[in-house]
Design a protein around this ligand. Structure first.
Ligand code: ES4
Ligand code: ZN
Length: 319
């Protein structure tokens, strides 16, 4: 039996497996610039975050209808359930779809057709987090929040993702203030490729309650001290860090040092179709590469529920 866990850092578009990408391409008469799944998989040798994002946005062309988003989410939920995920807080990138002429409603309604039945079908409770693309403008983020207003009963919070360096959190101060006023929870990617200052800014300027990645906090001891004191959850994605070369090998991932320091770390999969594994695969990989004890593994699973948006009663039921 896999350890029951919550997944807190998962881009639904990053669960698009090559086989499903080709099936949806055929269904929607979209031509992909790859002959087959083998050739596509060869493109998964990434240099950094941007080289991954280029492929991630390119493959999204196959996602066009509500049915596509439903099929995508169901495929993820089935795999997640098999790896012990009991609760998933799922990112989506509406701007990447709206730019292709796929409206917000198609994305949210399609995902919801899977998420609304997920507890019954897969035993996984779910929440949706809408991300703003930080390499798009602040005005575009505000328009996106506006477009989401009819769907806010299905969206628990907002996040910030895509190319980090050069796009500091402060750029999105206004849209985060508006999101907070609407009662939305707030998270942001920070300290993946960007400097530790972006983590501080996400906390102080955007008012986030969790940091996605946060890896580079380790360069700033005063920041680590603060994150420990305030028990700010970090949603780490170890296999992602290796594939995008934020760390040079899993055996040198700072996770053990981060746990030792008292940071509230969680382990997540980010874009599992691209980075070689779902939540359970990430747990196994860190256990094997870093020699984490059973007690440490249990701590990571416990942290995942503690850092989730579930309340105490929901948490107890999910575990
Ligand atoms: C992402 Cl790994 C990562 N980092 C930032 N933005 C993203 N969007 C999808 N995956
Ligand atoms: Zn991410």
């Amino acid at each position: 039996m896999p350890l029951p866990k919550a997944e807190l850092h998962l881009h639904i578009e990053g669960t698009l497996e090559p086989e499903l990408a080709f099936a949806l391409a055929a269904r929607n008469s979209v031509v992909l610039p790859y002959a087959d799944t083998d050739e596509l998989r060869k493109a998964y040798a990434f240099e950094d975050l941007q080289s991954f994002l280029n492929l991630y946005y390119e493959l999204m062309a196959v996602l066009r209808t509500e049915q596509d988003f439903e099929d995508l989410a169901n495929a993820y939920l089935e795999r997640a359930a098999a790896q012990g995920v009991r609760h998933a807080e799922i990112f989506f990138d509406p701007q990447a779809h709206i730019a292709r002429g796929v409206p917000m409603g198609t994305v949210v309604e399609g995902l919801w057709r899977a998420l609304g039945r997920s507890e019954a079908n897969h035993g996984v409770s779910t929440q949706l987090i809408m991300c703003f693309l930080r390499d798009e403008s602040a005005a575009s983020a505000l328009q996106t929040l506006d477009a989401a207003k009819p769907y806010l009963d299905r969206i628990v919070g907002v996040g910030l993702d895509s190319a980090e360096v050069g796009h500091p959190p402060v750029k999105f101060r206004e849209v985060y203030e508006a999101a907070a006023a609407l009662g939305l929870r707030r998270v942001a990617h920070a300290g993946e490729e960007g400097p530790p200052e972006y983590i501080t800014e996400a906390l102080d300027v955007l008012g986030v309650e969790r940091i996605d990645h946060g890896l580079r906090c380790m360069e700033d001891p005063a920041l680590v001290e603060r994150l420990v004191r305030e028990q700010v959850p970090l949603t780490l994605c170890p296999l992602s860090n290796v594939r995008l070369r934020a760390v040079d090998a899993l055996a040198r991932h700072p996770l053990p040092a981060m746990l030792e320091a008292g940071l509230l770390c969680t382990v997540n999969s980010d874009d599992p179709a691209y980075f070689g594994g779902y939540a359970g695969d990430n747990y196994h990989a860190v256990r094997d590469a870093l020699g984490l004890s059973t007690e440490r593994m249990r701590e990571l699973a416990r942290n995942s529920f503690r850092a989730s948006f579930l309340d105490h009663d929901e948490e107890r039921r999910a575990r």
